[in-house]
Design a protein around this ligand. Structure first.
Ligand SMILES: [Zn+2]
Ligand SMILES: [Zn+2]
Length: 175
């Protein structure tokens, strides 16, 4: 897992201080079932960190692209996304006693790693059944070929018409 650590020692000196940070983070590919979701380029982010005493509130936005397989035609395509988020990062307990704060990220050694925050928020936005485009035609139910690349229909009736004389011929022969 890659990290994007921000030094928050200055921010922690005064409560209600804020800090704005811009950066980029490389997201690791993730295997979901038999498919691998890849991130071809680093995600850019901007975050505003606020010292709220019990921890740091992380407000921000991240943008980047995700390589996904279309749920209809199965082709790989690039999905562009921009995700806004607000998360709380709390101090990892020093006395060994677990302070349970639900869904909170951990702060350690006056450093805040925004990579897991970005990763989690991006993954929530990735569609379960993505489409390469709204009007994706998908795969042909008859022959399995990609209907976006090779639009076609199987004209069953016309084939029957053409075969009709032959069928009549055989019918006559058999009588
Ligand atoms: Zn598609
Ligand atoms: Zn077909």
């Amino acid at each position: 897992m890659n990290t994007a650590e921000i030094d928050v020692s200055k921010l922690l000196e005064h409560s209600s201080d804020e800090l704005e940070v811009f950066g980029e983070v490389v997201l690791e590919p993730i295997k979901l079932g038999d498919k691998t979701i890849e991130f071809p380029a680093p995600f850019s982010f901007s975050v505003r960190l606020s010292n709220v005493g019990e921890g740091i509130v992380v407000n921000g936005e991240t943008s980047g692209s995700v390589r996904l397989h279309c749920g209809r035609c199965l082709e790989l395509f690039t999905y562009e996304t921009t995700v806004s988020f607000e998360e709380l990062a709390v101090f990892a307990s020093e006395d060994g006693e677990e302070r349970e704060v639900e869904d909170a990220f951990k702060l350690a050694d006056e450093k805040l790693d925004v990579a897991p925050i970005i990763y989690q928020n991006v993954m929530v936005e990735v569609p379960i059944r993505p489409l390469c485009r709204e009007e994706c035609a998908g795969l042909c139910a008859e022959c399995g070929r990609n209907l976006n690349e090779e639009p076609h229909e199987h004209k069953q009736e016309r084939i029957d018409e053409r075969l009709a004389p032959l069928r009549d011929f055989f019918n006559k022969e058999n009588k």
